[in-house]
Design a protein. Structure first.
Length: 318
């Protein structure tokens, strides 16, 4: 039951990245961190203190940072580039496409402050298109962990994973409800078994999906909540098995409904098991400045919106 999932604390996912890259650096001497003048925001203090020779401050020059990282892989290094998600993708898409993805370089593009929950910095920083941009790049692995523990585990896992990776996380303090050992790249995480509806979520919206699932369970709805932390490669087997059972789905993501998790799920469903699907995400819009929770509510990404989407999709199924 979803009500039995314990919350063990509250912490921002970017701190999970900071702690995870330090552990990865301790295990592998080839791990190197680069930043575009955002070492503090990306929580690199521990790594800088312990391994100052494995930290490169690139300044506000994100394109150069990607080029340097690509070059470092030729010498066997495992570079982690760090900046805000908007600057990690939109500002340097050409460099990522040409210097990293095209040649399959072992660069880990680590992006904080993604989505509406960036909050007061506003629309220019709240990128809501990055998952779509990165999942369309051939050979790019895309990971969106849901809490501190999972971000820490994902950061360590990608250090051992060969190939380019986009790792997306955020700034707000968020409930901790997973165990590090449960994370496996490309393997969906199921929080509940259900027969009435499948809810697929990623990032901060996994917790919102669990909250929605609890409300629905109290109403007698049998809900299957699945964390799709790896957007690419998708765990198609888990997705198909779930929708074959429930015959309908809701997707929830802190991202534009165009090109993100919802479209990825719909693509799998269309080819294998067509079912009604409702999307919870931003609807072809930019964000604005505001408090994270207020923005999630205004743009339709909170718990009540997921419940409403379930009600709608179950009517469609019937």
């Amino acid at each position: 039951m979803l009500k039995d999932i314990p919350v063990t604390g509250n912490k921002d996912t970017r701190s999970g990245f900071g702690d995870g890259i330090l552990e990865a650096a301790r295990k592998n001497p080839n791990v190197v961190a680069l930043t575009a003048d955002l070492a503090g925001s990306l929580k690199l203090g521990g790594l800088i203190k312990e391994f100052p020779e494995r930290f490169i401050q690139c300044g506000i020059a994100e394109a150069n940072m990607i080029g340097i990282a690509a070059g470092l892989t030729i010498g066997g290094k495992i570079p982690f580039t760090t900046t805000f998600a908007n600057f990690s993708t939109g500002r340097v898409y050409d460099q990522i496409r040409q210097s990293v993805a095209y040649s399959g370089k072992n660069v880990k593009i680590c992006a904080s402050h993604a989505g509406l929950t960036l909050g007061e910095d506003g629309a220019t920083h709240q990128i809501l298109e990055d998952i779509g941009m990165m999942r369309m790049l051939p050979g790019m692995t895309v990971i969106v962990p849901c809490d501190y523990n999972q971000t820490k585990a994902a950061t360590q896992a990608i250090a051992e994973y060969e190939g380019p990776v986009y790792l997306r996380f955020g700034r707000p303090v968020w409930p901790i409800f997973t165990k590090e050992e449960d994370f496996v790249i490309g393997k969906a995480q199921k929080f509940s078994e259900g027969t009435d509806v499948s809810i697929f979520a990623c990032g901060h919206l996994v917790w919102k999906a669990i909250e929605a699932g609890r409300i629905l369970e109290e109403r007698g709805v049998s809900v299957e909540v699945i964390n799709i932390h790896t957007i690419k490669p998708l765990d198609e087997e888990a997705i198909i098995a779930s929708i074959q059972k429930t015959k309908c789905a809701v997707t929830a993501e802190e991202h534009n409904i165009l090109g993100g998790l919802g479209d990825a799920i719909a693509h799998v469903a269309t080819r294998n098991c067509p079912v009604p699907i409702e999307y919870v995400g931003t609807n072809d819009t930019f964000g604005e400045s505001g408090k994270p929770t207020d923005l999630l509510k205004k743009y339709g990404l909170d718990t009540d919106n997921i419940v409403a989407a379930v009600d709608k999709v179950m009517i469609r199924k019937a």
